[in-house]
Design a protein around this ligand. Structure first.
Ligand SMILES: *[C@@H]1O[C@H](CO)[C@@H](O)[C@H](O)[C@H]1NC(C)=O
Ligand SMILES: *[C@@H]1O[C@H](CO)[C@@H](O)[C@H](O)[C@H]1NC(C)=O
Ligand SMILES: *[C@@H]1O[C@H](CO)[C@@H](O)[C@H](O)[C@H]1NC(C)=O
Ligand SMILES: *[C@@H]1O[C@H](CO)[C@@H](O)[C@H](O)[C@H]1NC(C)=O
Ligand SMILES: *[C@@H]1O[C@H](CO)[C@@H](O)[C@H](O)[C@H]1NC(C)=O
Ligand SMILES: *[C@@H]1O[C@H](CO)[C@@H](O)[C@H](O)[C@H]1NC(C)=O
Ligand SMILES: [Zn+2]
Length: 937
């Protein structure tokens, strides 16, 4: 996680992506254990070696909740019980020391481990120390790769890997990352895995055209160069694509959930089938070997929730190995063995070949011509803000579970989504308690602090009822922030003063609560106005504002029905078309650049599966519009305008279910578009996929750019894939990419280009579907709730800016950081008091703009875990992409640094112990093309 080169002066630490825990602790002495690569079975160099990998794929929630899966409850929904799987596998491993098993999801393993007797725990430790039970991946869950934010992924990986290290020491450290089920693969995930010390990565799903091409080229095993910024091989990750997704080859599934014939090997009985099984196996092995490079191939022997009765699998695998290898006496050149992904990886490494280099990512994923898994980028948009919620008081298991590839992705059953929401809400309650305790400790006051989770829809009882109250603003960032606060109130005029008692009156306005907001909040709040003012909070700390109602103040700002021609502050000007009420242009007043720009809302009619080309409906995973032309929701918007000294708003109303506030704060370099969409009407029996689109009449460089897990940015091009010749069969769904924090285009302002209408990639906002997409969920994505029985309403914000490329990242990186880690507000009845500490900063000084404080958390009794991140990509900013030096001794105001030890990114290995396999790439692809001039975000 770095830009530029690393330099490590003795006293000062240059910090990028590293992790430290201090003071210095010595690693334990290596015990005489035979786990990891040393415990692998030997292979035969002159034969085709087939690595059989017994495994189970245990979703941390999908059709059942995580606890139902653990216990094996509700087997009427799906037969699956993880506790029995682990019981049974351990039992079977003990029966034959050759047998191997891998386990992946620490959320489940942790539950099981807690319930074992100490003698069973010793037994399991022995299996782990002998490499017979091996952990791979090892995060709390197997995270989704499209919709997760990197900070949450790092946290959930850290949580799982820490448990494994604490419990098993070095033998519990996974060597291989294993994302066999996620629906497409993000480059930032690969970069993180490399920095977490993994030697390799395996997955199961990729675009069917990509796979066909790679099979012909023997490029299903490759080297992924996962960062534009890090010096190779820091973010290089060896990546293997598994031959069968993650299933066994056809005819060889011996789980109780399967129906393949067992090996019947008594010649005296009927149906003796050893010859048949061996021959079928040899055919499959030889044909698989044709599409891989070495004399080693891997077969995943397992699938979803298999091995509940592990005897079935192992008994047949023992026989398979025996009978296939017996053929060697008769000249067969196939050698089958029990193995693990790391043992297989070790053999690929030993082969000492060169591997094709990949620099882009594996999105979007299609498993057939009309089956693009791009719907889940937006499925259940109401769940995402909860999952994205991340304060510095974190590491909650609820958050970790929610990163699972059927949680935040929205691809679970409704009752499971409700379970995740409940867990997150509980986690948040717990978190509030911790925050209150921290405030109490720092301020010296135990006053009751209230939190308002629904400020975005103007619901906050304390601010609505109190005539005098304090607003505590906690800022988790390592630099000061300025932030507009909007509080629901019933009064019309308020006096606001800062922590020193100084009034901030020229920056306080009261505006009426919009109709759209009243409709969303329903009977959860009744305030008629919003008090708006700018707050400034110190780095990693808090400050306090006091607010009091003025009885005879001025009336609140009133709304005007007429569409203004434009609104502007000192940085930006936006204009509106007076006839339509739509945006018509955006100008940067500093750079004097201006573009024509319209924005509107549309919906795609979701395919119901009744089409000639394919019967694939749109669903929770799959996005499939019935037509490439969306319906416009309204050509015109009714508008209302409010202009105050703090904020100007044009409130646009498109339909009973679509409205938007175009908002410009006095100090902001970005225009805010706060949209509210829902409940999506389905009385016409048509599923709907709502988008907003920005259209401009200016040439772009034909590329657009989207972020990967909220970090580095990747270049995209319509109907194009960098590594194969795409046959595009879904012009809309096949051009969708996940966006976590930003997307932009570069616009050429050159006069030589003839202007033509450019549609920027649509941004999908909400979906409501009437059919299941036949990927297992078995329910249409048709969400309702107690408050919204007629369908969910979703609200979100887009920030739009027009910048010169050289300045764009300097604005957008901190802005994205501030959006993800927004200030947290707490409310207290009463006024400032001299006995209470109303302001505090944990830092002696703000960190430089390039450095993001990613983690600061108590690690054990006398050390904290600190992650500092260089948040700029190489070359995106002249100023901020440079290496930075941070002095840890002078960083904190309350912590004394006694010593520092550096760890890998997931904090489960000391940096100086971190060695990874080296891999040689084939001649790489050329540098990515760069575009032309102006950046629009
Ligand atoms: C090897 O071949 C011989 C002769 O065909 C046969 O009798 C024997 O059973 C074979 N061995 C195995 C293990 O198949
Ligand atoms: C790997 O291959 C390279 C070049 O072909 C060779 O120089 C090197 O000695 C080989 N390494 C091993 C361990 O065989
Ligand atoms: C605020 O005003 C609204 C409208 O008059 C009223 O319904 C609501 O009860 C008031 N809230 C409080 C706390 O008085
Ligand atoms: C599918 O479309 C055909 C032709 O438009 C129509 O006759 C048929 O009823 C449709 N089937 C379903 C299940 O909607
Ligand atoms: C969608 O949800 C609504 C509201 O609960 C319900 O009336 C309707 O039957 C549902 N439609 C489908 C296809 O599930
Ligand atoms: C892993 O756990 C062992 C104790 O089992 C501990 O000594 C070691 O410091 C831990 N490693 C890391 C990187 O925390
Ligand atoms: Zn899964």
């Amino acid at each position: 996680m770095a830009a530029g080169k690393q330099q490590l002066p003795v006293a000062l630490l240059f910090i990028l992506g590293g992790v430290w825990s201090f003071p210095l602790v010595q690693d334990t002495k290596p015990a005489a254990k035979l786990c990891g690569y040393e415990s692998c079975h030997i292979t035969k160099p002159n034969m085709l070696n087939v690595h059989l990998v017994p495994h189970t794929h245990d979703d941390v929630g999908w059709l059942k909740t995580v606890d139902q899966y653990y216990y094996g409850d509700r087997n009427d929904i799906q037969h699956a019980g993880v506790q029995y799987i682990l019981d049974s596998v351990v039992d079977q491993l003990l029966k034959n020391p050759d047998r191997r098993f891998i386990y992946v999801e620490t959320a489940f393993f942790y539950r099981w481990w807690k319930q074992q007797s100490s003698s069973m725990q010793q037994t399991v430790k022995r299996l782990v120390n002998e490499g017979r039970l091996e952990f791979v991946n090892g995060g709390w869950c197997m995270s989704d790769e499209a919709t997760t934010h990197y900070s949450a992924v790092i946290d959930q990986m850290t949580l799982g890997l820490r448990f494994l290290n604490d419990t098993f020491g070095a033998c519990g450290r996974p060597r291989v990352a294993w994302h066999i089920d996620p629906f497409g693969h993000a480059r930032e995930h690969a970069s993180m895995f490399a920095q977490m010390g993994y030697d390799g990565f395996f997955f199961g799903r990729l675009d069917y055209q990509d796979r066909d091409h790679r099979m012909i080229e023997k490029e299903q095993e490759l080297l992924w160069r996962a960062s534009d910024s890090l010096t190779p091989p820091m973010a290089d990750l060896f990546t293997g694509i598994l031959p069968n997704g993650y299933n066994p080859p056809e005819g060889f599934c011996w789980d109780q959930l399967c129906h393949d014939p067992p090996i019947r090997d008594d010649p005296d009985l009927e149906d003796y089938n050893v010859d048949d099984v061996v021959n079928r196996f040899l055919v499959i092995a030889n044909s698989q070997a044709m599409v891989y490079k070495t004399n080693h191939i891997i077969m995943t022997m397992g699938s979803d929730f298999q091995y509940e009765n592990a005897n079935l699998w192992y008994k047949n695998l023992d026989k398979l190995i025996h009978y296939v290898n017996a053929q060697q006496a008769n000249g067969s050149k196939v050698n089958v063995l029990y193995s693990t992904p790391s043992c297989y990886l070790q053999e690929l490494h030993r082969a000492n070949l060169t591997w094709s280099l990949k620099r882009d990512d594996f999105f979007p994923y299609a498993d057939d011509a009309h089956d693009f898994w791009t719907g889940y980028f937006t499925s259940r948009p109401a769940l995402f803000p909860l999952v994205g919620l991340d304060t510095d008081f974190h590491t909650f298991r609820a958050m970790a579970v929610a990163q699972h590839h059927d949680a935040v992705s929205g691809t679970e059953k409704q009752h499971v989504a409700n379970d995740y929401a409940r867990r997150l809400a509980n986690g948040w309650q717990h978190c509030q308690l911790l925050i209150s305790n921290s405030f109490a400790a720092l301020s010296g006051s135990f006053l009751k602090r209230n939190y308002c989770d629904n400020l975005n829809i103007s619901v906050c009882l304390p601010t609505e009822i109190l005539n005098k109250f304090l607003v505590i603003v906690y800022n988790p960032l390592a630099r000061p922030v300025t932030w507009p606060v909007r509080l629901p109130v019933n009064g019309t005029a308020y006096a606001v003063s800062d922590v020193k008692g100084k009034p901030v009156d020229c920056q306080v306005s009261v505006v009426p609560v919009s109709k759209a907001t009243q409709e969303v909040r329903r009977n959860r709040g009744f305030a008629i106005n919003e008090l708006v003012f700018q707050v400034q909070a110190p780095p990693l700390g808090y400050t306090t504002y006091s607010v009091s109602l003025i009885q005879d103040g001025p009336p609140p700002a009133s709304t005007q029905r007429r569409t203004p021609t434009g609104i502007q502050n000192k940085f930006l000007r936006v204009t509106f078309d007076p006839d339509t009420g739509l945006l018509s242009s955006l100008s940067n007043l500093e750079t004097k650049q201006s573009i024509k720009l319209t924005q509107n809302f549309y919906w795609y009619n979701a395919s119901d599966g009744n089409n000639t080309e394919s019967n694939q409906p749109s669903g929770a995973y799959i996005f499939r519009p019935n037509s490439s032309t969306p319906f416009i929701i309204s050509k015109t918007a009714k508008t209302e305008t409010i202009q105050t000294s703090v904020v100007q708003e044009v409130r646009q109303w498109f339909a009973p279910w679509v409205s938007q506030v175009v908002r410009l704060y006095a100090d902001s370099k970005a225009l805010e578009l706060e949209w509210t969409v829902g409940p999506l009407p389905i009385d016409d029996n048509l599923g709907k996929e709502v988008i907003t689109r920005l259209d401009t009449s200016i040439k772009t460089d034909r590329f657009f750019y989207t972020d990967s897990n909220g970090r580095e940015v990747l270049q995209r091009k319509k109907d194009f894939r960098p590594t194969w010749n795409l046959k595009q069969s879904e012009p809309i769904a096949g051009n969708y990419y996940p966006i976590n924090s930003r997307a932009f285009i570069k616009v050429c302002l050159s006069k030589t280009h003839s202007p033509s209408e450019i549609h920027l990639p649509p941004l999908q906002l909400h979906r409501r579907l009437l059919y299941d997409d036949v990927r297992g969920v078995g329910e249409p994505l048709n969400e309702t709730s107690d408050i919204f029985p007629e369908g969910l309403i979703v609200r979100g914000r887009l920030l739009l800016s027009l910048e010169h490329p050289a300045a764009a990242a300097d604005l957008h990186r901190p802005m994205a950081e501030q959006e993800v880690l927004q200030p947290l507000l707490a409310f207290v009845d009463g006024d400032l008091s001299p006995n209470i500490r109303h302001e505090f900063s944990g830092l002696q000084a703000a960190l430089p703009p390039a450095v993001h404080l990613l983690t600061l958390t108590q690690w054990d009794k006398d050390s904290v875990l600190l992650r500092l991140e260089h948040q700029f990509q190489s070359r995106e900013s002249k100023l901020n992409s440079q290496p930075v030096t941070v002095n840890l001794q002078k960083l904190f105001s309350t912590l004394v640094v006694l010593g520092v030890s550096e760890l890998n990114l997931s904090a489960n290995q000391w940096k100086d112990k971190m060695t990874r396999f080296d891999w040689t790439p084939q001649k790489g692809t050329g540098p990515l093309q760069t575009g032309c001039r102006i950046l629009l975000e």
